[in-house]
Design a protein around this ligand. Structure first.
Ligand SMILES: Nc1ncnc2c1ncn2[C@@H]1O[C@H](COP(=O)(O)OP(=O)(O)OP(=O)(O)O)[C@@H](O)[C@H]1O
Ligand SMILES: [Mg+2]
Length: 459
């Protein structure tokens, strides 16, 4: 098993000889000459850290503590000189994986490094298994586009901190996946993630749902009950659709953010909790603030670490990888014969606007599986609303499919194109004429007349 190793030691000779030993075995090596530089050099791709105990400035134990706080998953092996075995033992108590003594023995360095890497990968697997048995799928978000790479990096940075996070993005862009991925990469991963969909709970019940209630506090409250905030104690609370929360509830949330305490509905006892909140919304909260529906102070408190998920149409280059992933996933889940797409069909899919984003793409692959499992899908096999995208992908002249005769004059050709274009676009906008008019730059009433004149159904 190979990986990337960071060596933190002030002695150049030691760094050089460790580098030699590790590189010969196929490891990649990064060096730092002080604890401060070492901390700055840690990034998500580092798999193992070799850390000297005696360092000028911040010493090894202090660096270890900081590393443990910020990157609990990276194993650390201490390098100890003569006479500081005691400190090395202390380091292990503080979470170091093991220590190696100077003068360095080639064999010991390699064996210890390998064991540390195996241990951390086992621990990760174990944790994933445990979470999987709780019904939580563990995963990074898929995609190779610049925005998704940056997002993955931001997730890795914010996850191990205690910061509250606000995730924004259109429907189906992957907000929930991101929330779960932050939890799993956080120090709270062993505790639960409690998810609450604020939009799905009736307004009168949301406070009791979040904060719990005491017996008799409202009609139907026959016993006292813990709320989600209590259930998420030590763990993470995922407040989905936070834009749909009432102002009163927002005020209470703000107070928890400041004091980490609250009272149950109908109760007087103050309950203290330690909860990390990850919130998500598909609404534009700044707009909601202007309309008076969202508290500005809560927004700024939550927005300390904002993560925005771009719509799929702005990262079309991810579509082929997502297709592959969903094809693989579905064929495993349902034992389908694999499905494939011709290059042209992929191009058409990349030009579709996917208003329902990744979720729509996934459902689409599922639908095609049912129709065409074991086959290769060509543009002609794609459903109507998707094939609108053909025009933009330049694969076929608009509205002039195979076998159709070309119209004799320009006016006829234009009408046929217009009818085809409007029909496709209307499907794309789910029959919403106002939105379509705005999107294609026509007056609504003009568009309406056009649709009527082409007999395009508007209901
Ligand atoms: N980057 C991605 N990689 C793999 N699957 C993804 C990705 N993004 C989204 N999905 C899948 O798309 C679907 C929608 O994702 P998710 O529920 O996280 O979206 P959401 O933003 O919370 O949507 P909504 O606003 O409708 O609640 C899920 O099935 C998820 O597995
Ligand atoms: Mg969601």
């Amino acid at each position: 098993m190979h990986g990337k190793v960071l060596i933190v030691d002030d002695e150049q000779d030691i760094r050089l000889s460790l580098r030699g030993i590790l590189e010969d075995e196929g490891y990649q090596v990064v060096e730092a000459e002080s604890g401060e530089h070492g901390l700055a050099a840690v990034e998500p791709s580092i798999d193992l850290i070799l850390l000297d105990i005696w360092l000028p400035g911040m010493d090894g134990l202090q660096v270890l503590t900081r590393l443990h706080e910020k990157h609990p998953d990276i194993p650390v092996i201490m390098i100890s000189g003569h006479g500081n075995i005691q400190t090395a033992v202390q380091a292990i108590k503080n979470g170091a994986f093991d220590f190696i003594e100077k003068p360095l023995s080639l064999e010991k360095v390699l064996i210890t490094s390998q064991k540390a890497l195996e241990f951390s990968s086992l621990r990760r697997e174990n944790r994933n298994l445990r979470l999987n048995t709780k019904g939580i799928t563990v995963r990074d978000i898929t995609g190779q586009s610049g925005v998704i790479r940056e997002l993955r990096q931001a997730i890795d940075q914010v996850a191990p901190t205690e910061a509250w996070v606000l995730i924004t993005g259109e429907n189906g862009t992957g907000k929930e996946i991101v929330a779960r991925s932050i939890h799993i990469k956080s120090k709270r991963a062993d505790q639960t993630l409690v998810a609450v969909n604020c939009a799905a709970i009736p307004e009168e019940l949301i406070e009791s749902e979040l904060f719990g209630h005491e017996k008799g506090s409202f009609t139907g409250a026959s016993g006292s009950r813990q709320g989600k905030f209590e259930l998420a104690h030590q763990g993470t609370l995922f407040l989905d659709e936070i834009g749909d929360m009432s102002l009163k509830t927002q005020a209470k949330i703000l107070r928890i953010l400041q004091e980490q305490s609250f009272e149950r509905v109908g109760g007087h006892r103050t309950i203290s909790v330690n909860v990390r909140v990850i919130a998500a919304t598909n609404k534009d909260l700044l707009q909601e603030i202007k309309k008076g529906n969202f508290r500005e102070d809560l927004y700024y408190r939550l927005n300390v670490f904002p993560l925005n998920l771009p719509p799929l149409r702005e990262r079309k280059e991810d579509i082929p990888i997502l297709l592959e992933e969903f094809i693989h996933q579905l064929s495993q889940e349902h034992n389908f014969k694999p499905l494939s797409f011709t290059r042209e069909a992929v191009a058409v899919l990349q030009n579709h606007s996917w208003p329902g984003n990744v979720r729509e793409l996934k459902n689409f692959v599922e639908r095609l599986y049912i129709l065409y499992q074991g086959q290769e899908v060509t543009p002609a096999m794609l459903p109507g609303e998707i094939s609108c995208a053909r025009m933009q992908s330049g694969l076929e002249p608009a509205g002039f499919q195979d076998g159709q005769e070309l119209p004799g004059d320009f006016k006829q050709a234009r009408s046929r194109f217009e009818a085809w274009f409007l029909d496709c676009k209307l499907k794309e906008y789910d029959g919403n004429i106002s939105r379509l008019a705005e999107a294609i730059g026509l007056e609504r009433s003009y568009l309406y007349r056009k649709l009527k004149s082409y007999d395009i159904s508007t209901d």
